[in-house]
Design a binder for this molecule. Structure first.
Ligand code: ACO
Length: 402
């Protein structure tokens, strides 16, 4: 019912693209994505190759600094990060104030935002490259420690301090599932699965949370505040929160007798708000290449851990039913990265509410790389326009006459 020509006459020419479906917000040299062909590359390297040959810490370096590190560069980077894994002790007082049942994502965004209060040198928008890099290192180093605090709190267990002898992912697994800083019993299957999952989540160009990080950072807000905003954007069930929603959906289908066709029909019904969680993507109109890798990893991890999860069977049945259904075929709806990731997280022992936090841990280097690129390119403040559709002009009426 909107009269576009009248609006143009009143507001001038403004591009209207709700949800930015076809509007480029920036140029970027970080991640290449071809949604039609199902291609994803970080800095030119195929996701399939990185997932099978690289480590998460190497991918962090690649995304942020633009090239695969030499042996020496990687060692220096590892040691620099390890020196900053401790989180200011006073942050614990703040952390202790959260109710034990509060959602991990709410805790995470608050704790990351609070880092700016404990490390105020991060506030300087005119920091030198070296100072800016130190803030980046601190963000990377403290995130796994904070995530493990949140997990331990959910169990009511004491936290485990970081170890300088363990690499990034092993240290995280130890702080999360271990009992002491130098635990000897770290499960290599868990470390390898986490490396794969974190690599697959590390960047995905201008998605909702990354665009949030860039737009917040474009006002010269500090890195911690920008990442905290990205975490909030990721929380929503239409974005990263989908990994939690998928498991909850699969559980519901299982408890309901496992009739996948019934749930497929529910997802197709336009009068029903239910959507098949973990299906569909704004950009991929072919298989999400990350979902292919995760599906395979899921079978392998469950096999190695000797876990038989009935929810995996439901997921496979649901996927097969959807891929054979004209509704999903016509709309090019395929499983996305979230469809199988939760089953792996669950097999590793993570509670459902932690899934999106793990996504955030993986996406962190992407957010940082995008924030850094935006600053390096001296991008202007992000400030979209609108097309005004409200009242044009009205005279104020005194309250006694209303
Ligand atoms: N189940 C049922 N129908 C769907 C689904 C779904 N999961 N996804 C899209 N559709 C339908 C829509 O109803 C619409 O149908 P219509 O043309 O008949 O109206 C059509 O497919 C296009 O969908 P849009 O919502 O317009 O697509 P958009 O690009 O805006 O949304 C999104 C993409 C949000 C991912 C959507 O597919 C969705 O809600 N999926 C479920 C949630 C999810 O898995 N999110 C994770 C995304 S990946 C990530 O963030 C890591």
């Amino acid at each position: 019912g909107i009269d576009i020509s009248k609006l143009r006459a009143e507001t001038g020419y403004v591009t209207l693209d709700r949800g930015f479906k076809n509007t480029g917000a920036t140029t970027s040299a970080i991640t290449y994505l071809d949604g039609e062909k199902g291609v994803l590359r970080y800095r030119g390297y195929a996701i399939e190759e990185l997932a099978s040959k690289s480590s998460f810490v190497e991918v962090i370096y690649l995304l942020i600094y633009g090239h695969l590190p030499s042996h020496d560069e990687l060692e220096t980077f590892r040691w620099t990060v390890r020196r900053h894994t401790l989180v200011h002790e006073d942050m614990k007082k703040f952390f202790d104030g959260f109710p034990s049942k509060s959602h991990p994502m709410g805790q995470l965004s608050a704790l990351v935002g609070a880092l700016s209060a404990f490390y105020p040198e991060s506030l300087n928008p005119n920091a030198t490259d070296e100072e800016e890099n130190l803030t980046i290192i601190k963000m990377l180093a403290k995130m796994p420690t904070i995530v493990s605090w949140i997990y331990k709190k959910s169990l009511g267990h004491p936290i485990v301090y970081p170890s300088n002898n363990l690499d990034y992912v092993t240290n995280f697994i130890n702080m999360t599932f271990g009992q002491r800083t130098e635990d000897i019993d770290i499960n290599p299957v868990a470390v390898s699965a986490m490396n794969t999952l974190l690599i697959l989540h590390a960047d995905h160009e201008q998605n909702c949370s990354t665009s949030t990080v860039r737009i917040v950072g474009s006002s010269n807000a500090n890195l911690f505040a920008s990442i905290s905003a990205g975490i909030s954007a990721l929380w929503g069930p239409l974005h990263g929160g989908a990994n939690q929603a998928v498991i909850e959906m699969l559980e519901k289908i299982k408890d309901d007798g496992g009739d996948c066709d019934k749930w497929i029909n529910k997802a197709k019904d336009k009068n029903d708000p239910f959507r098949l969680m973990g299906f569909g993507h704004r950009v991929y109109k072919n298989f999400d290449p990350r979902a292919k890798i995760i599906k395979k990893a899921c079978d392998e991890v469950l096999d190695k851990l000797g876990i038989d999860d009935p929810v995996l069977e439901i997921a496979k049945k649901l996927e097969a039913a959807a891929l054979n259904d004209q509704y999903f075929v016509d709309r090019k709806l395929y499983p996305n990265v979230d469809f199988y990731s939760g089953i792996i997280y669950r097999a590793l022992g993570f509670p459902t509410e932690m899934f999106t936090v793990l996504f955030a841990l993986g996406r962190l280097p992407g957010w940082i790389a995008q924030w850094k690129e935006m600053r390096t390119n001296k991008e202007p403040i992000g400030r979209p326009r609108q097309i005004y559709t409200g009242e044009t002009e009205r005279s104020y009426v005194d309250i006694s006459n209303r």
